[in-house]
Design a protein around this ligand. Structure first.
Ligand code: HSE
Length: 407
């Protein structure tokens, strides 16, 4: 039998206990040994909940118990999760986590520490909720030179954008629903301003490219400026607004590699596989030089999908109690190129009386009008660099909003 401890009995922690209880027989068979929760660390008590007898308030109880071989860190945030994770790994315990903030900031450091102590630091649940994308990058795609990882990596914002588009809901009520469904972060700013997706793409790109992509270097825009009018006009072009997180490498003729990463709302065309990724679902695209395109799809947030990914890691940790599974991610920093040189078309809304002028100035490829919003016109510009677009938009002076268009 292997004993484990769960740090944090919130949305994910309670999900972990539920997954282990509901699927106990199957999980034990797959792990080759029974897995039992010995302790749950939380500041609170849970009278009446069967978990109460396992609740401890002092992390030292867990740290000093040699029977605990695996620690599940699902507290979120950096403090005290950093100290607890470090101490657990140093004590020779494997750590499984859903904490993307901590993994993005200290992933390479913890992987080194785990390797030194012959244990594992596993974080499948940190990106894409229940989608098995990290294990896929670490084991199934090891034959690939990966040149792109991108997709929809935040369930809350995808839920909000879907509700705004399908039901005409306003931003605040859609966010409230996402919170009630257990999708949102405690601080909703992390979701809606793109910080959560930024941490996730930092982790995925570090795994794809092998060196540390610092989340602080990733240009990040959220969805708070997306308006009802943007959504109405996007539909006129048969496109949908999605918060995309992407990282890719570009090789020029001389073989020099440039790396780019960004989180921002994009318009996605009908027919593109991401167009139909709605609600809390996430999807991750991976392009490899041999494989070509592949896409992974599933529930991106929520207690049980995320907990299922955590428990999958626990089973892996139990199966490899004194052997570190190699992860291709070191602490060397990967320098990102300036996004100003990235080329793409842009969606813009302009006052209706600027339609002709804007169409010629931005060399528009498509124009849309709406019976509902007669005072505005929307258009898709020709392909240009980010820097060129910013210069032109500021020169024009009448652009009401702009959203990048995914190619
Ligand atoms: N708040 C996150 C999301 C939870 O909405 O995707 C899963 O990481």
């Amino acid at each position: 039998m292997v004993n484990i401890a769960v740090l944090g009995y919130g949305t994910v922690g309670s999900g972990v206990v539920k997954v282990l209880t509901t699927n106990q027989e199957k999980i034990d068979k797959k792990a080759g040994t029974p897995i039992r929760v010995k302790y749950v660390l939380d500041l609170r008590d849970f009278p009446g909940d069967p978990i109460q007898e396992k609740i401890v308030h002092d992390f030292d109880v867990i740290l000093k118990d040699p029977e605990v071989k695996v620690v599940v860190e699902v507290m979120g945030g950096l403090k005290p999760a950093y100290e607890f994770t470090k101490a657990a790994l140093e004590a020779g315990k494997s750590v499984c986590t859903s904490n993307k903030e901590l993994v993005a900031e200290h992933g390479a450091e913890f992987l080194d520490l785990a390797r030194e102590r012959n244990v594992n630091y596993l974080f499948e649940a940190s990106c894409g909720g229940g989608i098995p994308v990290i294990r896929t990058l670490n084991s199934s795609l090891t034959a690939e030179d990966i040149d792109e990882v991108s997709g929809i990596l935040n369930g809350t914002t995808n839920y909000i954008l879907t509700e705004m588009s399908e039901k005409g809901s306003d931003f605040d009520s859609a966010l409230k629903e996402a919170q009630e469904l257990g999708y949102a972060e405690r601080n909703p700013e992390a979701d809606v301003e793109g910080h959560d997706a930024c941490r996730k793409i930092a982790i995925l790109s570090s795994l794809a490219f092998g060196h540390t992509v610092k989340y602080q270097d990733i240009h990040t825009e959220g969805i708070t400026k997306i308006s009802h009018n943007d959504i109405v006009f996007a539909k006129k072009f048969d496109m949908s607004v999605k918060l995309l997180a992407s990282a890719y490498k570009y090789r020029d003729g001389s073989g020099k590699k440039d790396y780019y990463a960004m989180v921002a709302p994009f318009l996605v065309r009908h027919g593109h596989p991401l167009f139909n990724v709605n609600g809390v679902f996430n999807a991750v695209f991976v392009h490899g030089n041999m494989l070509g395109d592949s896409m992974f799809y599933g529930s991106g947030a929520g207690s049980l999908p995320t907990a299922s990914a955590v428990v999958g890691d626990v089973v892996d940790a139990v199966k490899h109690l004194s052997r570190t599974l190699f992860v291709f991610w070191d602490s060397k920093e990967l320098k990102l190129s300036d996004n100003g040189s990235a080329k793409r078309p842009f969606f813009i809304r302009v006052p209706a009386d600027k339609k002709e002028e804007a169409s010629s100035f931005f060399n528009a490829s498509e124009i849309a009008e709406s019976d509902e919003i007669k005072e505005e016109t929307a258009l898709i510009t020709e392909i240009m660099t980010e820097d060129e677009f910013e210069k032109k938009a500021s020169e024009a002076g009448y652009v009401l909003s702009r959203i990048r268009v995914n190619q």
